[in-house]
Design a binder for this molecule. Sequence first.
Ligand SMILES: Cc1ncc(COP(=O)(O)O)c(C=O)c1O
Length: 453
Amino acid sequence: MYEQYWGLKAPPFQNVPDPNFFFLSARHREGLARLLYAVKHNKGAALLVGDVGCGKTTLSRALILQLAEEKYDVGLITNPALPGNDFLEEIDLQLGIHPSNNSKAAILRALNDRLLANVREGKETVLIVDEAHSIRDPDVFEELRMLLNFQLNDRFLLTLILMAQPEINEIIGRIKQLEQRIAMDRSAGYLPMLVVGTAGTVGVGAVDPLRDIAAVCRRQEVWFHVDGAYGAPAAALPRISDDLLALSEADSLALDPHKWLYSPLEAGCTLVKNPAHLEDAFSFHPEYYNFKVSEEEPALNYYELGMQNSRGFRALKVWLALRMVGKAGFVRMIRDDISLSRAMFDAVRRQPALEPFAQNLSIATFRYLPQDLRGKGEAAAEYVNDLNRELLNRLQTGGEAFISNAVVDGTYLLRACIVNFRTKLADVKSLPELVVRIGSQVDSELRPASLHA
Ligand SMILES: Cc1ncc(COP(=O)(O)O)c(C=O)c1O
């Protein structure tokens, strides 16, 4: 009646992605051509991004119309906001595959069988995921990535097409490598249980992005341990980086008072946020111990909190130092060490024969680098490593100063880590000069003729 009244051949379009009313603008034509190219040339995956209302869904239907049924086996997922396994089940469902059960292994095996059967019949399998920006679970993105591993030697077994709003770029960008590794492990059937970050690396004193790592661990329900053996005490300073402050988010923390809490060797410890975990893991009650369990006076038995049973009183020296100087004293000493290290780095910068590398916390790294050897290729780089190695030996045995070394990406560096409250400004200022003096001496003895100008 409607058609008769208005003299129409067919009812007008409704608010559904009806490809009969698809107007091929230049951009839609290009989008469709690109998607067809990805499918017909077996490119593995394609992503079409467009704003809401721009016709992506209609375009996906138009694409399906172009894929003849006898040559293409097409699955269309319109609601991809499903958790990992449900998402995989949905793929099977949309391709009309019936796995023997709903375990992940069965779902994937059935999918693999279908992909191979399609290849045998000369058919291509295409999976279109509409509204892909609504996928929030990084595990699902990982599942999608893994689907591309369905391959023969020379070709993908599946073409995956994602249609999404522009926010997908940001969502994918947010999946950090760490989160990706965890998701990969999960989809490989492993159970990731621990991430270790470092607050002050051994070599250059770098601090990991602990705040971000903590957030990933929380999201992924993985234990977060921080190696703060050296750097953790700096978190007590009033103005310190947010990443060090994020130590408070760790489930456990390794801290060596014999490093930056000035204790004599050895006093290493692990701190945990919830000591009940330690008791759950280590507590045992041998019959040759007498236990008086009393609610009023609960006993703290340290042997129940770790592997060691009979233990020495290492904590005494840490406690004594804390009693002597207090937290304020430690904060002052640590702050002084950091400023001394910065002063040393500045002095290194003023020496043209030294190359500054990094300054973090109280560690400065640099090397002796004769100016005529800069940027001189591999043989020179190898020689500069040898030169610094020998320089350090002479410095250490010479008795005027004691520093150590670090190796970063094959570059041998001199490393001054200041954790001694007796170190003075005059000491740190004199070191670069001393290094240059010994360096030029070693250079004049060791340099091979081929590296002379
Ligand atoms: C960050 C960090 N973790 C662990 C260690 C190992 O410490 P130790 O040799 O005292 O057990 C070090 C030593 O330098 C370190 O700097």
